[in-house]
Design a protein around this ligand. Structure first.
Ligand code: CP
Length: 314
């Protein structure tokens, strides 16, 4: 399902050449015509909050000549109990026969994007579904890191070591990055407490460690994850106190100073400054944070074009 050309639901399982084509098309997004998606409707179904993803999908759609409609939980019939499937089918019915549109969906349910894909003929892009995946974020991060390392000619990340730090098991960003970076040849090491980075994550193709201080000088990039307070239950999700978390897993100014020369700092945003990352690091010369945000528009242009074309051919 994830490999269907009308869908971008996850990066896990995608052929590395498919990932490279999406990255190359993002790199070369200025080649897209301004009327590339003329007549196509992009429906942004965002049932969780978002700044970067929602705005960049809208800008991407506008740059390609598509029209955009926004649906969110508050202010839509979802607040009256309408299901995700019914909402998607309702939007599809307004787009016209044959699914002449792209549904971009962000939702709380892992697998929600697939549920939309299974219920409609539209192209569907997962903009983050629960703890499952956030595939365009994975592409953004791979494009940004490849550029920073001078690897954007072929997106070959062989020999590159990337640390992903934080609540990896709960993170859709971590899952998409593990899939994408390992497909491009990088080695990924997940780091966090045993609850946040359990050994079972190795089944995704990454290594696992609980020792951030040992890892810091050994990697070419450190990607720090946001602590997702909205997903942490009353049990605390194994995070402990904020002070303890920062002490053990925060990318502090001191840890930033112990990174390899030429190593990069990444964060998908939004950031909890002073908790998982210090401002001296997030705003310092190693930081790729705003470059990640900038890459969002071109990656989403490439994703929209790829899925809209895939839908026309289906
Ligand atoms: N990285 C990311 O998905 O950010 P938003 O929640 O602001 O879209």
């Amino acid at each position: 399902m994830s490999g269907s050309p009308r869908l971008l639901l996850q990066l896990r399982g995608l052929h590395p050449e498919h990932i490279r084509r999406l990255l190359a098309s993002s790199r070369d997004s200025s080649a897209f015509r301004a009327d590339e998606l003329d007549g196509v409707t992009i429906a942004n179904l965002f049932f969780e909050d978002s700044t970067r993803t929602r705005v960049s999908f809208t800008l991407a759609a506008q740059r390609l000549g598509a029209s955009v409609v926004d649906v969110s939980g508050k202010g839509s019939s979802v607040s009256k109990g309408e299901t995700l499937r019914d909402t998607a089918r309702t939007i599809e019915a307004m787009m016209g026969a044959g699914g002449a549109g792209v549904i971009v969906v962000r939702c709380r349910q892992s697998g929600g994007a697939k549920a939309v894909a299974d219920s409609t003929e539209c192209a569907v892009i997962n903009a983050g579904d629960g703890r499952h995946e956030h595939p365009t974020q994975g592409l953004i991060d791979a494009l940004t890191l490849s550029r920073a390392l001078g690897r954007e000619a072929d997106f070959d990340l062989s020999g590159v070591r990337v640390a992903i730090v934080g609540d990896c098991v709960a993170s859709r960003v971590a899952r998409s990055n593990i899939a994408c970076l390992t497909a491009l040849g990088a080695e990924v090491v997940c780091c966090g407490s045993p609850a946040m980075a359990p050994g079972s994550l190795t089944s995704l193709g990454c290594a696992v460690t609980h020792d951030l201080d040992g890892l810091i000088p050994e990697v070419d990039a450190v990607m720090t994850l946001r602590i997702q307070f909205e997903r942490i239950g009353s049990g605390g999700g194994g995070i402990g106190s904020e002070r303890e978390y920062r002490q053990r897993y925060g990318l502090t100014d001191e840890r930033g100073g112990r990174m390899r020369p030429g190593a990069w700092v990444m964060h998908p945003g939004p950031m909890n400054r002073g908790l998982e990352i210090d401002s001296g690091v997030s705003d310092g010369e190693r930081s790729l944070v705003l470059r990640q945000v900038s890459a969002g528009v071109s990656v989403r242009m490439a994703a929209l074009v790829s899925c809209a074309r895939g839908c026309r051919q289906a």
